[in-house]
Design a protein around this ligand. Structure first.
Ligand SMILES: Cc1ncc(COP(=O)(O)O)c(C=O)c1O
Length: 428
């Protein structure tokens, strides 16, 4: 008489059958890709330990950052002005490092509290807004701005996208008795708003020209789609630039003068290298992310930039096996199929917009679920991480991720050499 199979054995058997079926269906069994830290990450680990770090931290490798700045500077040369995209490098000392290295005082800002902080701390900056803000945000800027040092009437360009918003800003300028410089957002193919119709552009220019409190300061046409849409990227670039050129012509006709001396902005990290050869309407290019290179920027046009930012987080618990609550044996089965699920590491914090980077072969467990408190990562038995060791992840983007860890740990040639506060979001 056969013995009744208990529940967990039955699950294991069924699981075994499922694994067998996967094999016969030709699904390839994953190879063991687990490795310990390469010397580069071991050196950062040791530096973090020596500096007494013990919580999730955003680390910038200063030497790599500086090399990226040199690459960008060399690429852009003297052909264009360079504008630093501050939302992608949201820390004043980080911005100062980039501005000094790239010899540019031009910043693109996207958040009202950041404008006030920049006005206070970087009074020589030339600021162009990267998106149109509700007029109330502009009012909040002027409320918190004490007028010292930074001269908003000359150093700040509000970005506006429609005649209606321009009228709101005009009214605010009159109410406050301030002069405003207005840059006009163009839709050059991204279709994220911005002026489309020539008649809207003409109307806005006429309103500005007729009002002594307003000054037209230029155009901005952002075109990241050029690097993303399938097909011929250069044809996309040319299409975007044809739209840009058409708008420059309209502006010159309405104003009766050339506008080459104004701020004619375009590009971002993925696209700036499309403008290094040839003749195009913009006279300045923006970029930020390519200087720290999160994973979203692992693209062919940025092959000459290197990753300079990592999340470092301590291992809280290192387990020899993987167990999933409520489903006995499934963790072991996962490990039988995939050797990279053999061990389990719980990290201090988690669920960031980031991918595990070192040691190699770590991944999130798809069944256990994500956690911002203690995240489960699995890796092979080749990985000999212990509690309190460091795991490194690469952020997918910098703009939001950099703000989640407090001060940035600045690593330089084997040591943590500095600590850079990030920009704050309180409304003043
Ligand atoms: C208007 C504008 N310009 C430029 C950029 C490029 O930024 P990054 O170089 O960080 O991709 C952005 C990013 O969103 C943007 O919105």
């Amino acid at each position: 008489m056969s013995r009744p199979v208990d529940k967990s054995r039955r699950k294991l058997l069924l699981g075994g059958l499922a694994l067998g079926a996967l094999g016969t269906a030709g699904v390839l069994k994953p190879k063991d890709i687990g490795e310990n830290h390469r010397p580069y990450f071991q050196r950062i680990s040791d530096a973090l330990d020596r500096a007494g770090y013990a919580q999730p931290s955003l680390v910038i490798d200063k030497a790599v950052l500086q090399a990226n700045i040199a690459v960008l500077k060399n690429n852009i040369g003297s052909r264009y002005n360079y504008r630093v995209v501050a939302k992608s490098l949201p820390s004043l000392p980080l911005l100062e490092t980039v501005m000094a290295g790239a010899e540019s005082n031009r910043l693109m800002l996207f958040h009202q509290p950041f404008i006030n902080q920049v006005a206070r701390q970087l009074p020589n900056a030339d600021v162009l807004l990267g998106k149109p803000m509700p007029v109330a945000a502009a009012a909040n800027f002027y409320r918190a701005y004490n007028g010292e040092g930074f001269d908003a009437a000359h150093q700040l360009q509000w970005l506006l996208d429609s005649p209606a918003r321009l009228r709101q800003y005009q009214q605010l300028a009159h109410q406050l008795g301030v002069s405003m410089r207005i840059n006009i957002e163009l839709d050059v193919g991204l279709h994220r708003g911005g002026v489309n119709e020539d008649s809207d552009l003409a109307q806005m220019l006429k309103i500005i020209e007729a009002d002594p409190t307003l000054t037209f300061s230029g155009l901005m046409g952002y075109e990241p789609h050029v690097a993303k849409v399938p097909g011929n990227k250069l044809a996309q670039r040319d299409k975007a630039m044809a739209v840009y050129a058409g708008k420059v012509t309209v502006a010159q006709q309405v104003l009766g003068r050339g506008i080459d001396d104004l701020t004619l902005n375009a590009a971002g990290s993925p696209t700036y290298q499309y403008y290094l050869d040839g003749d195009y309407p913009p006279n300045e290019l923006s970029a930020g992310s390519c200087l720290v290179k999160p994973t979203d920027f692992d693209i062919p046009t940025l092959a000459d930039h290197q990753p300079a930012s990592f999340i470092a987080t301590p291992v809280i618990k290192a387990l020899e096996h993987t167990e999933i609550p409520g489903v006995d044996g499934i963790g072991k089965l996962m490990a039988v199929w995939n050797p990279n699920r053999a061990r389990t590491f719980f990290t201090y914090g988690g669920f960031w917009k980031a991918n595990p980077e070192s040691p190699a072969g770590l991944s999130v467990n798809p069944l256990f679920g994500r956690s911002t408190n203690q995240e489960m990562l699995n890796g092979s038995s080749n990985i000999n991480l212990q509690p309190d060791d460091w795991i490194f992840l690469r952020p997918n983007q910098s703009e939001f991720v950099f703000l989640q860890f407090g001060d940035i740990a600045v690593y330089d040639k084997g040591e943590i050499v500095d600590s850079w506060p990030v920009l704050g979001s309180s409304s003043v």
